[in-house]
Design a protein around this ligand. Structure first.
Ligand code: ADP
Length: 346
């Protein structure tokens, strides 16, 4: 009887989403649970304490909708907060780096310009006076060595830690330095995690104001573990404007929200194209989608970057546009984003 009642309740709750994470209240939502006894139901949803007010409407709507179940005698909806437990667990991060700020650059899918952004954002932070490191965690397609114009093998120091290679004043560590960028990385989960751990704990990063992590695209195990196991200040989501990329970007935002990592903002890459002949703006992949998404998630929209031939050439030649064409409007946009993010964090 109770099982049947629980199934009927899920049939209704699955049509509702957590208003903060946007995750449906269904059986696979680990923050959501239903217990039934003698026709009475206790429904609980784990939330962040400061978001409490955002759940008032949900509670009312759920109670009303569940009223349609004949066998349900009463329903009690509880919002729990695991703030203390969460804080405690975060003090024991598996991946330890003593950077003042650690920012993960993420995208829902590959090829949207995540690494290009990570590299130029790192350079822009350096330009405004910070000590910066970049950790290329894109195990399956490390592109930081190419985009930063560096190759070679990192040396080990007396403490048996890898010494990051340096380019444009930025400390870089990439799985590409260790296995070669062209070697296909066909690794299983535990090996991937071991390699990532090595790149965090086994590297002599020294003093850093910012460590920028170029995450693998998507929302798989590696991304989730990194988000949970390192002391991230936040994440930045890169997306192109078209729907397919935005759907995946949304998954990324939800993943970070679920593990309580703040989303510092969304950047729209390849937003528009300025024709060098007619000087007109063309919105090849549509435009403004990421901005709308940012509004929907109440997340800062950090800026839009054009589809630009020079940016591609500079990136692929290992010459970040922020260094080699500092007067360009693209370099100015990267600088503005770096200042905005720094301002929002401090
Ligand atoms: P991801 O890390 O998302 O896979 P990359 O940063 O490696 O994507 O970019 C993929 C390709 O697109 C690279 O060749 C890069 O130079 C190019 N690219 C990235 N952003 C732009 C842009 N705004 N305009 C033109 N080319 C770009």
């Amino acid at each position: 009887m109770s099982d049947k009642l629980i199934t009927s309740i899920y049939e209704i709750t699955k049509n509702y989403c957590d208003p903060v994470s946007n995750i449906p209240l269904n059986k696979s939502n680990s923050n959501f649970s239903i217990i039934c006894k003698d026709g009475h139901a206790n429904i609980s949803l784990n939330i962040t304490q400061q978001d409490q007010e955002k759940y008032i409407d949900l509670s009312k709507n759920l109670k009303k909708a569940l009223g349609s179940i004949n066998d349900l005698l009463s329903v009690n909806i509880i919002f729990t907060s695991e703030k203390t437990a969460d804080k405690e667990s975060k003090e024991h991060y598996r991946f330890q780096i003593s950077a003042k700020n650690i920012i993960a650059i993420a995208s829902g899918k590959g090829g949207v310009g995540k690494s290009t952004f990570a590299v130029n954002f790192a350079v822009a932070l350096k330009k405004i006076g910070h000590q910066v490191g970049i950790l290329d965690a894109d195990i399956y397609g490390p592109s930081v060595p190419r985009m930063m114009g560096i190759s070679g093998r990192p040396q080990t120091n007396d403490n048996k830690k890898l010494v990051p290679l340096e380019s444009y004043g930025i400390k870089c560590m990439s799985i590409g330095f260790l296995i070669g960028v062209d070697t296909p990385t066909i690794w299983r989960g535990p090996m991937v995690m071991k390699a990532l751990e090595q790149m965090f704990n086994g590297v002599a990063w020294g003093k850093l104001d910012y460590l920028i992590i170029d995450l693998p695209p998507g929302t798989g195990d590696a991304q989730l573990t990194l988000a949970q196991s390192s002391k991230l200040s936040g994440s930045i989501i890169i997306s192109t404007p078209q729907d397919v990329a935005l759907i995946d970007a949304r998954k990324g935002i939800n993943m970070f929200k679920k593990v309580n990592v703040p989303v510092l903002g969304i950047v729209e890459n390849m937003s528009y194209f300025i024709c060098s002949k007619c000087n007109e703006r063309h919105e090849i992949f549509s435009s403004g989608g990421a901005k709308k998404e940012a509004e929907k998630f109440e997340t800062p929209f950090l800026g839009e970057l054009p589809l630009d031939k020079n940016l591609r050439i500079y990136s692929d030649e290992g010459r970040p546009i922020c260094v080699f064409d500092p007067e360009s409007s693209i370099a100015a946009t990267y600088l503005a984003i770096a200042k905005k993010v720094h301002g929002n964090l401090h």
